[in-house]
Design a protein around this ligand. Sequence first.
Ligand SMILES: C[S@@+](CC[C@H](N)C(=O)[O-])C[C@H]1O[C@@H](n2cnc3c(N)ncnc32)[C@H](O)[C@@H]1O
Length: 431
Amino acid sequence: MLAAIENILGKAVGLHGASIGPASIMRAVRRRMEECQTMDDDAYLGLLRSSSQELQALIDEVTVPETWFFRDLEPFRLLAEHVAGQSSRAGQESMFRVLSVPCSSGEEPYSIAITLTDMGLSKDRFRIDAVDISTRILARARYAVYGRNSFRGDEGDARDRYFSQTGKGYELHHAIRDSVDFHHGNILDDGFLPGSGIYNVVFCRNLLIYFDRPTQMKAIAKLYRLLVPEGMLFVGHAEGGCVDHRLFDVIKRTGTFAYRKKPVSPADGESKPVAHLPVPAPSASNTISKKFDAKAWRPGPSPIPARIDNKPVVFSVSDAWEALIKEAQQLADQGEIGVARVICEDYLTYNSCSAPVHYLLGLVYEAEGKIERSREMLQKAVYLDPGHYQALIHLALYAEQKGNMGAAAAYRDRARRVMERNGMGVARGRS
Ligand SMILES: C[S@@+](CC[C@H](N)C(=O)[O-])C[C@H]1O[C@@H](n2cnc3c(N)ncnc32)[C@H](O)[C@@H]1O
């Protein structure tokens, strides 16, 4: 029973059974079985496999929604500094965008909204997207009424300034609520927040620890794609080891695990600007700025907080991507096809002219049974690198399978010429 449930949860949401703990999983299952009025393991497994509603209910039960306002405080200070540092390069048209995933019952994204408001950003200068897989917890986030337990951190006087005490609890003011858009989503879904280079800052805290290593890599590749160049990523205290240092620079700062997306040089082919903000200096009355360590905080022309630690900026990320692609190759060899595909697809949004990655993606699609897409990728590989021997041979095989012997012969002929040109060794595709 436990193994079957772990398998279902792993496939649906990437949750790693060992990190949640077998006892917690089984407690959640028993609660759901009671709710469904069945004591029969097989009947419940059948229900779980056939009903997405029941799967969602079990996910809601098994996920850990633990969170509170200004959890760990330091990430919010650093965020405030980041915003303050951008003020000198502000443009009137820019919008500051933050993603909070997972957002749980809303304390984290609302803390971000309070931080930005306290920094003097008006509502129309920033947007926060907040995503969680649990529909139940999202309903609580939208309700935005909190008990004392949500204020166990160091939120300063934020509760007095932004909440009204009512019979139901502490009700968040609409001005803050309205700056957060909540979405139901699974960070591991292929369709999760399409697009790239969208967010200036991503908070992804206390989720990665529940994933196994390949799943962590898949999530990190997605977050990398979603950030603007030099955008900031915050992870939880136990999650520093989950971040790929080839893609992110550490921002050295006690009390927070923060990273900066490695900037890309023009030679790397990406030139999206970082949004800069019109921000007034922090007011003396604001919660966050009152907690600033003036010595550590040096607002200046640099918009990048990581430069506070005087680390030289790395201007190329291509080595990091190459290493990641090697890992994707290994993962594909080990049968981790889905993770390999996400890495390749994300890579192609960064560099769409790589023949080897089109070729690898062609093999991955083939393993997934997506033959037409596989053929398309192999053709692109050959278009980008006419001397790509393996792709030519593969295309010849596809043509033969379709009974198109003329095309097959043409591909084989081209492959033979590549062979001859490159001597008698096995010809290899160029990067
Ligand atoms: C411990 S809370 C973290 C909340 C907040 N980030 C913080 O650090 O305080 C973990 C949340 O992750 C959500 N979650 C679990 N798997 C997820 C997935 N695959 N995609 C999105 N959210 C997920 C759970 O529903 C839960 O609300």
